[in-house]
Design a protein around this ligand. Structure first.
Ligand SMILES: [Zn+2]
Length: 68
């Protein structure tokens, strides 16, 4: 499963695998995700769906490197 983190302060979106330490099934990792700055979108079964989830251009997480 894939999750997309959308940050509307910095206007970016990042796609993660559900088991990524930064994603934690959409919970985020403590201290790294400010709920006032963005939101989690997902889960999605398809990477393509996660990539389209946000209005911002989504890039893959450098930590978990989601690949279709
Ligand atoms: Zn990740």
């Amino acid at each position: 499963m894939y999750w997309t983190y959308e940050n509307w302060i910095h206007k970016y979106a990042r796609v993660h695998l559900a088991n990524c330490a930064h994603c934690n099934d959409g919970q985020g990792s403590h201290g790294t995700v400010d709920s006032h700055a963005g939101r989690w979108l997902g889960p999605y079964e398809q990477l393509a769906s996660a990539s389209r989830a946000s209005e911002y251009e989504a890039s893959p997480c450098g930590h978990c490197s989601p690949i279709a």
